[in-house]
Design a protein around this ligand. Structure first.
Ligand code: EPS
Length: 376
């Protein structure tokens, strides 16, 4: 059974992950993990932390000569910035008065976190709540992706909108897979407009979010289940996307648009194929029906809120005094949607790897590949 745990604080020693249940015999492409980490650091509108970090993965267990052993895999993404922060973050002793944050930021975990965990300093919450945590989720996600790729299952995604600049066109999996752009969009004219919107937000000391479309190709029918709520594939994939910082909405297939249409305009008619199987001319269900993959491409969309650290600050309360204040202006991004898209791909990979190995088992890759190949 595959299980992922991550740990680590944004300005602590590093970020760590333990992956249990990866079958033996998976050859790990380390360079691809580092490429994914570099992608996560990219994107137009990112903050200056990304100039400090040069994220690379270090594998501490579970792999020998780049091949998995089936034992727990431990990953580390070390924080170069820790050198500047160890006086305030060191587990073995540090100054906890410095870098204190009490003017809690609306939209972040600060206020609810200090209340929940009995803190008087939001630093003790934000260090874990920060999007920095996603670095090691991407490293782990790359291992899950490599497991899925061995089965012919691929994930791709792109940025559909940034702020009010939106691309309503449809794209093929291959077009999405081969994109390379500053903000992750596929239309260069719209992307130029989006970059200008990011510039304007920066001048106004504000932030921007947007929407991301994700696709999964090659997942055979029957993964997930209609028999119990917890096993429904759309529910698990939606939860994975929602678990990423700043995601506030998720859609499967037509999603919210289906609510304003009639059934005859939504459901995908089924036709017999000459080869004896069936086919569909549409995929408005986004590859999932009844909580199960139906063999079509899985299509998901996520809405990312504009990140909550605004250089202009918002009205808030200083939890040290109870007085009105302006929210803290921690170093931050203006727009992190390019990074978020990469993190969402990794979040999907983790769930898909879980779902596949739950159904097929597999102590080693040869066994898993053979079992997946035997499915129609
Ligand atoms: C981020 C790292 C953080 C932030 C940002 C994204 O580093 P630092 O706090 O040292 O600047 O730049 O996180 C947030 C803005 C947030 O609110 O979570 C990263 O590596 O993605």
């Amino acid at each position: 059974m595959i299980h992922l745990t991550t740990a680590g604080e944004s300005h602590g020693k590093g970020l760590f992950a333990i992956l249990e249940g990866i079958p033996a015999g998976l050859e790990i492409d380390l360079e691809k993990i580092d490429e994914a980490l570099a992608l996560r650091q990219g994107g137009y509108g990112r903050g200056t932390r990304q100039r400090i970090e040069k994220d690379r993965v270090e594998i501490l267990s579970g792999v020998r000569n780049r091949v998995t052993l089936a034992s727990p895999i431990t990953l580390a993404v070390w924080n170069r910035d820790y050198e500047n922060w160890k006086a305030y973050m060191a587990p073995e002793g540090c100054d906890t008065d410095a870098r204190r944050l009490t003017t809690v930021r609306p939209g972040h975990a600060d206020l609810t976190g200090v209340m929940k965990f009995g803190q008087d300093n939001a630093r003790n919450v934000l260090e874990r709540a920060s999007a920095r945590e996603t670095a090691v989720r991407v490293a782990a996600g790359e291992i899950f992706r490599q497991l899925l790729a061995a089965l012919g299952i691929e994930i791709a995604g792109y940025v559909k909108s940034v702020g009010s600049v939106s691309d309503e066109k449809e794209y093929s999996f291959e077009e999405i897979q081969h994109r390379s752009s500053l903000l992750g969009m596929l239309d260069s004219v719209l992307e130029e407009k989006a970059c200008r919107a990011v510039d304007e937000a920066k001048v106004d000391k504000d932030t921007l979010g947007g929407t991301i479309e994700l696709r999964v190709k090659g997942l055979k029918a029957g993964f997930g289940s209609c028999m119990t709520y917890a096993e429904k594939l759309d529910a698990r994939l939606a939860a994975a996307l929602m678990s990423v910082q700043a995601v506030k909405g998720v859609e499967v297939g037509l999603g919210f648009a289906a609510a304003s249409l009639r059934g005859s305009e939504v459901h995908d008619s089924i036709y017999p194929s000459a080869q004896g199987g069936v086919f569909r001319k549409t995929n408005r269900a986004g590859g999932i029906e009844g909580g199960m993959s139906n063999g079509e491409e899985i299509v998901l969309r996520a809405a990312m809120k504009p990140i909550p650290t605004l250089m202009r600050g918002l009205d808030t309360v200083d939890i040290a005094t109870g007085n009105p204040a302006r929210a803290a202006t921690e170093r931050s991004d203006i727009c992190a949607i390019f990074a978020c898209e990469r993190v969402l791909e990794s979040a999907l990979a983790a769930v898909l790897a879980e779902v596949v190995t739950e159904r097929l088992g597999g102590d080693n890759m040869a066994e898993l590949i053979s079992r997946y190949g035997a499915l129609s």
